[in-house]
Design a protein around this ligand. Structure first.
Ligand SMILES: NC(=O)c1ccc[n+]([C@@H]2O[C@H](COP(=O)([O-])OP(=O)(O)OC[C@H]3O[C@@H](n4cnc5c(N)ncnc54)[C@H](OP(=O)(O)O)[C@@H]3O)[C@@H](O)[C@H]2O)c1
Length: 314
């Protein structure tokens, strides 16, 4: 039996939760122990966490009773939902409600809810610059998470507003592609706007800083980011860091991006358009200084690239 404070981590086999579990295990004298939640404790990523010393438990976000069991006795909960598994804001909200309800039942002392901003507030309802998706959202995976904030009312909660992962270059296939002419190129509807980005693993490390800070961030919204870079700046860094030829950036119209036909193209098109059209609002909602104070090892793009270059498929 550990006398450490247990942090129950949803999404422990994924980017955000995985970063947190590793951050806790990498700080054996920090006073915390991770309880890694997965639907399948037998999968390789779960077994790797157990081998490193994590308690690994089984639960499903669709089953509130299973969450109550694994949150019982925990000091804190890290809550994240995975929109990209099902592409449904309503399902994401139902899962978030289960996290909040189970955290209430378990009486935990701190919850971090991994959320995003409500992009509907940036535009009037009759603004036609981008389509309404899933009946009532501009960017469903943002707006659904923002709607879900309300479920956490009454809990000792920190609302963590995250940023675009640079890891999307390999996780989401967003790396520049080499054409038959040997020229690298990529396409985004981002114009010259800066993208608020960070290494995915730094989300968990920063969340750990929030838990370690005790009550300081309870009831607060914390927007985290490492570096604001334009797509052209990211391309230049990839050219240098990967030793590839110059990357041509096609700054297309958002309507063209939305019509590219891959799963989630409309969703991603709306998201990048929000980053472009509301650049200042998105950047203002996130603070590099706060993030660095919570996570002094915060990586910038070049450091992240040096560590992950073999994973970027170019
Ligand atoms: N990509 C980005 O740039 C970015 C930026 C900001 C926010 N986000 C948000 O991040 C979220 C995804 O987080 P991530 O990137 O850390 O995910 P991820 O790496 O894709 O992993 C998903 C995690 O969620 C767990 N999970 C999914 N469905 C579950 C369920 N029904 N019950 C229990 N666990 C479940 C999985 O656990 P098992 O499979 O082991 O059960 C896994 O650990 C998305 O909602 C996205 O909107 C992404």
């Amino acid at each position: 039996m550990t006398n450490k404070k247990i942090i129950a981590v949803v999404g422990s086999t994924g980017s955000q939760g995985g970063g947190l579990v590793h951050a806790i295990l990498d700080d054996p004298n920090g006073g915390f122990a991770p309880r890694a939640i997965t639907r399948d404790p037998h999968k390789d990523k779960a077994k790797a966490l157990a081998a490193k010393g994590a308690e690994v438990v089984q639960a499903n976000l669709d089953d509130v009773e299973s969450l109550k069991k694994v949150f019982a006795g925990a000091y804190a909960v890290y809550g994240v939902t995975n929109f990209w598994e099902h592409f449904s804001a309503e399902k994401e909200k139902a899962q978030a409600k289960n996290i909040a309800d189970a955290a209430k039942a378990a009486g935990v002392k701190h919850v971090i809810w991994s959320t995003l901003e409500d992009t509907r507030k940036l535009m009037k309802p009759d603004d036609t610059r981008m389509p309404i998706l899933q009946g009532k959202y501009r960017v469903p995976h943002f707006d659904g998470k923002a709607d879900a904030n309300a479920f956490f009312t009454g809990l000792p909660v920190t609302y963590l507003v995250t940023s675009f992962y640079w890891d999307n270059l390999f996780l989401f296939g967003l790396a520049p592609k080499k054409g038959t002419d040997g020229v690298y190129s990529w396409t985004f509807p981002m114009g010259n706007a800066k993208l608020a980005g960070m290494a995915a693993e730094d989300i968990g490390k920063t969340a750990y800083g929030i838990f370690k800070a005790g009550n300081q961030y309870i009831g607060k919204t914390v927007g985290i980011v490492s570096q604001h870079l334009t797509i052209a700046e990211m391309g230049e860094k990839l050219t240098k860091g990967l030793g590839i030829g110059p990357v041509t950036y096609h700054a297309v119209d958002a309507n063209i991006y939305r019509s590219l036909g891959f799963p989630g193209a409309d969703e991603m098109g709306n998201m990048f358009q929000v980053y472009r059209d509301f650049e200042q609002e998105v950047l203002r909602a996130r603070s590099v200084e706060t993030t660095r104070s919570l996570n002094p090892q915060l990586q910038n793009f070049d450091q992240w690239l040096a560590k992950n270059k073999s994973r970027v498929p170019v």
